[in-house]
Every structure is written in C-alpha cells, then in structure tokens.
Design a protein around this ligand. Sequence first.
Ligand SMILES: Nc1ncnc2c1ncn2[C@@H]1O[C@H](COP(=O)(O)OP(=O)(O)OP(=O)(O)O)[C@@H](O)[C@H]1O
Ligand SMILES: [Mg+2]
Length: 319
Amino acid sequence: MDPMIVVDAVSRRYGDRTVVDGVSFAVPRGAITAVVGKSGSGKSTLLRMINRLVEPSAGRVLVGGRDVAEEPGPMLRRRIGYVIQGIGLFPHRTVFDNVATVPRLLGWPRQRVADRVGELLDLLGLPRSFGERYPSALSGGEQQRVGIARALAADPPVLLMDEPFGALDPLIRRKAQQDLLALRARLGTTVVIVTHDLDEALRLGDRIAVMEEGRLLQEGPPEELLRRPAHPAVAALMEGARRALRLLALVSVGDAAEPADPAAVGLAGRPRIDAEASLEEALSVLLWAGADSLAVDGPPGGPPREVTLRAILARARQE
Ligand SMILES: Nc1ncnc2c1ncn2[C@@H]1O[C@H](COP(=O)(O)OP(=O)(O)OP(=O)(O)O)[C@@H](O)[C@H]1O
Ligand SMILES: [Mg+2]
C-alpha cells in the first residue's frame, strides 16, 4: 500500500497518565479511516498529533512521507484540513471570512476566494447570504457545516475530522456523508474521521480503528473487524452493526415490496425472491447477484412487484 499517513508507535502522556499508548497504523493514499471508541479513549488526541496541535511524547507521524516534526505546525496545517470537535469557528469573523481563512493564507486572488466560498456554501446547503453573518447567529448544525466548509476550502490532500457530523440532523448528515465520499472520489483526499456512530464508521470507512483507553485494539477493513474481531471489545462493538441484520430478519419481502413496471428493462431477467422471505435473505441474494433490485414472487395473481436495495436499507435503519 502507498500510505499517505503513517502513525508509528505514537504515545502521549499528560503527567503520569498515558492517554495515547503506542499506537501504530497507516492510512493509504485516498482512503478514509474511521476512528471509533468510547469517550476519553484518546481519539481526539490521536487526531491532533497528526497535524501537531498536540506533540507526541514518543513515536512519530509521517504525512506524505515526511516526518511532521520537521515541518512548522502552521505550514503543516495549511495542507491538512481540520474539522474540530465542537465546531470551533472564529466568533469575531463572518461565515465568509471563516471559510476563506486558508485560501487567504495561501494568497489566493480575491475572486478565486469568493468563488470558492460560494461554491462551498452551496455544497453544504447554506444560503450564500449567510456569508455575512457571524457564527453566533447560526444554529449548531449550520455552524458545523461552516466548519466543514472551512476545512475543505483549499482542497487539502489530507482531511482530519473530529466528529464533524454530530450536530447535523439525519437527512443533512446523510448528505454530508455522501458529499465526503464524493469529495474523496473527486480529489483523492485522504481522510481520518473520528465518530461515535458505528453506522457512520461502517458507511464511510475503508478502514476502521478501534481505540480503548489510549490503545489501538484493532485497525483494518470493516469486514475484517466484523469477521475476525481481535478483542472482545471489538466484537461487542460490532454486535451493534449486526443489529441491522436482525431487524431485517424480522421484516418480510412482501412488506417492503413496491410495484414494478412490467415493461422495465430486465424485469424478467432479474433475480427473484419469494414474498414470504425475509429482507435479510433478500439482502443476501442482492449481494450475491450483484444486483440492486429483485423481482418478487407472489402472492399469486398480484401485480408485478420488486424489492430494492434502497427499500431494504431504509428498513435496516428504522428504530
Ligand atoms: N491537555 C490535556 N491535559 C490533560 N489531560 C488531557 C488533555 N487532553 C486530553 N486529556 C485526557 O486524555 C484523555 C483522552 O482525551 P481525548 O480528548 O483524546 O478523548 P476522546 O476519545 O476524543 O473523547 P471524546 O469521545 O469524549 O471526544 C481524556 O481522559 C482526557 O481527559
Ligand atoms: Mg474527542
């Protein structure tokens, strides 16, 4: 693998407490690593050692092959976007000026800065007129979106995000997650994101790192953590992920089926499933067939129906 970030035996002590303890992992170029773990397990401290907001007590961090200790912190932080836990906007600067911070530091011409700020406000669903407001005149979720816009402003190759979507309502949160995936696809951004939400970690993370009491319990692709948890605490955490499958096992295909257009391309050739089967089985068939919808068999004499991956996902997330 071609690592963009290498965290090599990094520790941080405060007094006689070790809050990050000998952590090593690498983030491949263009990958998203999601860091999960209980409150106080050292996630934010770990993240802040990557851009030197916190200095390691031991170990080293490489970004793009360079030891970050050899680069002045302020220079480093221009090429590493950072979304801070608890928003952290500059209260005495307008939204526009907040988002424009790094592009101005990089000396972009005025028009380019203005264009970029407008583009980002659009991207995050904030009216451009908000640019003139001060952060205190925005809701928590709106402030959080401004914080994300600010971190993205100069298209940094590396983005560190500390619970960036926590204050967003579910719809906007979902959109913000999709935007992050689209951004990564477009720019090849390498991302480390801290989250409390395992669903979010599984949705976004190419790799997941599980922290407990300063130690890294396991780090790897989500599937590996699900199949081969290396620690009982990882297994317990992943139980949460299987809850969705248990929910799907309780719902029949018939309950989630939608009318299908008989003229639709390929309906006849599509893989099929019985209306009495569970959504868990339907999901399994979909995954196996590599399809995103199935034709539903039964009840007899009824109109043609289909069950889609989208409908199944919607059921998996219902509380
Ligand atoms: N500047 C500091 N001085 C002393 N202790 C600190 C300092 N910063 C963090 N800690 C301690 O280090 C531990 C890890 O903190 P950290 O902020 O990294 O946790 P976290 O995993 O991000 O938690 P949360 O999920 O609540 O944000 C905590 O016990 C915290 O009290
Ligand atoms: Mg934290």
